[in-house]
Design a protein around this ligand. Structure first.
Ligand SMILES: Nc1ncnc2c1ncn2[C@@H]1O[C@H](COP(=O)(O)OS(=O)(=O)O)[C@@H](OP(=O)(O)O)[C@H]1O
Ligand SMILES: Nc1ncnc2c1ncn2[C@@H]1O[C@H](COP(=O)(O)OP(=O)(O)O)[C@@H](O)[C@H]1O
Length: 183
């Protein structure tokens, strides 16, 4: 088989706070990529926590392990020609750097998108009710509230979703992929 630019995979990692918009954007982007006939996977963080990362919690160590595992799965997919979209918080810079470095070492494209929705907006959206539960004292260690989120220092793209529709956010990621010759 001849390798063409269109057969090149990549990891597209969407990092950000709970309710920032990662899943919504990943699904819209995934649908658009699949609709264009491209091999695409959206790695669902919740599903991974049920299986591959079953038993892991939300300590720094467990989150790091979770992110590195997902990074490896995504890299394997990407080096086999899949556009792998990863909507996972990945709160620690060191974990994200480890995933990026592995990709770079192995020549696999890696795109980091910061879904940079402010915590005030995320807590208003509160899709899963986590912010309310934290405020009610029913949950602790919520990313961005009483657990760290280290914002990416040099992401490939920053999305200010509070100023965009979900479609506009997904289109911005798609445009970056076009610019990088990945679609
Ligand atoms: N304490 C705490 N902090 C953050 N998130 C929490 C927590 N407890 C449960 N959840 C839910 O689990 C989802 C986060 O899983 P991730 O695998 O993306 O997180 S991590 O990268 O390992 O930190 C995350 O999903 P999203 O809301 O889609 O981001 C939450 O719904
Ligand atoms: N520009 C945008 N991009 C993504 N989501 C948005 C945007 N504007 C509003 N939203 C809304 O924010 C919520 C984000 O939820 P979700 O995608 O589950 O977040 P996360 O996966 O980061 O926890 C959804 O209800 C979505 O409709």
């Amino acid at each position: 088989m001849t390798t063409t630019a269109r057969a090149q995979g990549a990891t597209i990692w969407l990092t950000g706070l709970p309710s920032a918009g990662k899943t919504t954007i990943a699904r819209l982007l995934g649908d658009r990529l699949k609709g264009g006939g491209l091999r695409t996977e959206v790695l669902d963080g919740d599903e991974i926590r049920r299986f591959l990362s079953a038993g892991l919690g939300f300590s720094k160590e467990d989150r790091d392990t979770n992110v590195r595992r997902i990074g490896l799965v995504s890299e394997v997919l990407a080096r086999n020609g899949v556009l792998s979209v990863v909507p996972v918080i990945a709160p620690y810079a060191v974990s994200r750097a480890a995933v990026r470095e592995r990709h770079q070492r192995n020549g696999v494209p890696y795109i980091e998108v910061h879904v940079a929705t402010p915590v005030e907006v995320c807590s208003e959206r509160d899709v899963k009710g986590l912010y309310a539960r934290q405020a009610a004292g029913e949950l602790s260690g919520l990313t961005g509230v009483d657990d760290p989120y280290e914002p990416p220092v040099d992401p490939d793209l920053v999305l200010r979703t509070q100023e965009q529709t979900p479609r506009q956010s997904a289109d911005a990621v798609y445009a970056l992929l076009v610019e990088r010759g990945l679609v």
